[in-house]
Design a protein around this ligand. Structure first.
Ligand code: GAR
Length: 207
């Protein structure tokens, strides 16, 4: 059974999707053992508590720079014996200390079809604002491995979602969460725990 540690910063609806999937028996060979939040008071922590999952706060603002913050998070992940680390709405870009400690053992859900609308500055509603500004007719979500390149690691699963006339960043975000993120994140986590994802030539393949 693999230990899954989930990193969060906010509301935690993706964490909830993982908790629900685990309860429904849809995370094969994996268990959420800990939730780490970069923000005190994040609602995601309450979701963890309600479900008997250990919650830890490592506040970003308590550290002077990203190197010392990454060290603290990496140490916590090692102490928790994480087999898989899931970024579920985690809004801090950690440096290579963590990717070296957990190579191809960390995944992130991003609310767009990478390589569109991704990289530094593209997070949360900003992603959907950019998609609407570009006038794309399809957006969606991507689950990918975390490497030292922001949003640049091997893509595991993507799902497209239509953009509709009159969409606002909020309505598009909601549709992408409901139709894509909350489905493909638990799916990718289960595939990882079942050891059904292979990396070849820097790309991920589902077996
Ligand atoms: C989600 O849409 C997630 O994809 C996005 O933030 C939201 C968090 O919601 N993540 C990023 O933009 C990371 N680049 P949640 O806290 O309810 O899961």
């Amino acid at each position: 059974m693999k230990n899954i540690v989930v990193l969060v910063s906010g509301g935690g609806t993706n964490l909830q999707a993982l908790i629900d999937a685990e309860k429904a028996g849809n995370i094969k060979n994996g268990k959420i053992t800990c939730v780490i939040s970069s923000k005190e008071g994040a609602y995601a922590l309450e979701r963890a508590e309600q479900n008997g999952i250990k919650g830890i706060v490592i506040p970003r603002k308590a550290y002077p720079d990203i190197a010392s913050y990454t060290r603290a998070v990496t140490d916590a992940l090692l102490a928790e014996k994480a087999d898989l680390v899931v970024y579920a709405g985690f809004m801090t870009i950690l440096d290579e200390q963590v990717t070296k400690a957990f190579p191809y053992k960390m995944m992130n859900v991003h609310p767009a079809l990478i390589p569109s609308f991704c990289g530094k500055g593209f997070y949360g509603l900003h992603v959907h604002e950019a998609a609407l500004a570009a006038g794309v007719k399809l957006s969606g979500a991507t689950v990918h491995f975390v490497t030292e390149v922001c949003d640049g690691g091997p893509i595991i699963i993507q799902k497209a979602v239509p953009v509709e006339n009159g969409d606002t960043p909020e309505t598009l975000q909601k549709r992408i969460m409901e139709q894509a993120e909350w489905k493909i994140l638990p799916e990718a986590v289960s595939l990882f725990c079942e050891e059904r994802i292979e990396i070849r030539d820097g790309k991920a393949y589902v077996l």
